[in-house]
Design a protein around this ligand. Structure first.
Ligand SMILES: [Zn+2]
Length: 451
């Protein structure tokens, strides 16, 4: 039996081991891209990956904007050209030892390597990448330098890249592992965004669920609000998924920090190993192992599939979102049709505006309009009006709060699109029963005129 037990332990993520790696990296002190200590960090990661049983480990030197760096690239080969990248980053912010950002992620990466290296049959090549220069912002010379250098060096091999998945900021006891699909600026077209495609989010949710650590989308408490929010406001947070998405490849990152619980020592000198928790690293590690297993076998999907909504552990695709939005307009249109005249004209205008918004920004459009459409065509009591306003109010509130925390720096919607949204929303609140046959749906106590 001890042999079997040993085998079982060897096949699961060891949180203590991940914590030892994070501690060893943080013990170097702050080691930003281009610093001498940063070279020691890369050497440590390469040595530990080899120690973990990987024999194809390459130190990939690169230079960007006059600064040198080193990615550590470990490859677990399978037949065929297709490959998946699982990444973390070993550089830190200038002042931070980086136990959490991203020593924990690298520790999990090494543990993944130890487990995946034991696989006898591998459906698809897996590249474990510890990137340098993720915190390149601190040099004022670009972002995610190491992963950008990696993607560029792929050349024509990039065609075989199925997806990239980054492990960020992991191992905080009070955190909860979540996926962070954030909309980033598309360098190919200004004003346009790129975001993790639906199939990739679906595969990650399934993989983590099968591993017994189901990851949420964006936030453990505010997931439904997070999803329209990242498509409405320009969020400043990112991981190495940025380099891949901006080069046209499916990518996503996970962290156990979120809007409702964000690691307080982020990028601070106090980001030390004693803040980390082995059980929290193990939790994230098991989830990511499940995701790696899912990405090994998932059929290749589109590089762009931006409009989706994650709910109840499922990912609802674009046709359903637009269909739901269109269906929600029917009760209002029906009432307008019956009332005729101005009421009909207003409902048709409202439907056209909502249709434009649904077409261009389905997720924010549904968030803003679905509840008013359904609720107000049924009830117009004060509570129904308040409830119908709640989605818009919550979206504005989270945007304002994120702005105050300097987590966003703009909006994705053009000014005319915001005007369309505001008008479509306002029209859904317009009470037109007076212009058709009057039919009160709520009793009013005598003597009260206002509602
Ligand atoms: Zn990071």
């Amino acid at each position: 039996m001890p042999a079997l037990l040993g085998l079982l332990l060897a096949a699961s993520i060891d949180g203590e081991a991940a914590l030892r790696h994070a501690s060893a990296l943080a013990a170097l002190g702050p080691h930003p891209w281009g610093s001498p200590r940063n070279q020691a960090a890369a050497a440590y990661v390469a040595a530990q990956l080899r120690e973990a049983g990987l024999d194809d480990v390459e130190l990939q030197a690169f230079e960007r904007n006059g600064i040198r760096g080193t990615n550590v690239i470990a490859t677990l080969r399978a037949p065929g050209d297709d490959f998946v990248v699982i990444g973390a980053h070993h550089d830190t912010a200038p002042e931070a030892p980086g136990a959490y950002d991203d020593g924990g992620g690298v520790g999990i990466l090494i543990e993944l390597g130890r487990i995946l290296a034991r696989d006898e049959r591998r459906p698809r090549t897996i590249v474990l990448a510890s990137f340098d220069g993720e915190e390149a912002w601190s040099t004022g010379k670009g972002t995610t330098a190491g992963s950008r250098a990696y993607v560029e060096r792929l050349g024509s091999r990039a065609r075989s890249l199925v997806a990239a998945f980054a492990i960020e900021m992991s191992g905080w006891k009070r955190g909860t592992p979540v996926l962070h699909p954030i909309a980033y600026p598309d360098p190919r077209e200004s004003g346009r965004a790129v975001i993790a495609p639906a199939w990739l989010v679906r595969a990650a949710l399934e993989g983590s669920r099968e591993a017994g650590v189901p990851l949420g989308v964006g936030d453990p408490w505010l997931s439904w609000l997070y999803q329209p929010a990242v498509r409405t406001f320009r969020v400043r947070l990112y991981g190495d998924d940025l380099s891949f998405l901006q080069a046209g490849h499916p990518a996503l990152f996970a962290s156990d920090s979120s809007f409702s619980a964000f690691y307080p020592d982020y990028h601070k000198p106090s980001d030390t190993a004693d803040q980390l928790d082995a059980a929290a690293l193990e939790r994230m590690g098991r989830g990511v192992l499940g995701i790696a297993r899912a990405l090994e076998r998932v059929p290749r999907g589109a590089s762009e599939e931006p409009n989706w909504f994650g709910a109840f552990d499922r990912v609802i695709g674009w046709p359903w979102l637009v269909g739901l939005g269109a269906a929600s307009l029917l009760p209002g249109l029906w009432r307008g049709w019956r009332a005729g005249g101005l009421a009909l004209a207003v409902r048709v205008l409202q439907a056209m505006l909502a249709g434009v918004l649904l077409w261009l920004h389905p997720v924010p459009a549904l968030w803003l309009l679905l509840v008013p459409h359904l609720l107000l065509s049924w009830r117009r009591s004060w509570w129904a009006v308040l409830l119908a306003l709640a989605p818009a109010a919550s979206l504005l509130a989270i945007g304002a709060s994120a702005w105050w925390r300097q987590a966003v720096n703009g909006v994705w919607l053009a000014p005319w699109e915001i005007a369309v949204a505001a008008l479509a929303l306002a029209l859904s609140f317009l009470d037109l029963r007076g212009s058709g046959g009057r039919k009160a749906t709520s009793r009013k106590p005598p003597g009260r005129k206002r509602r």
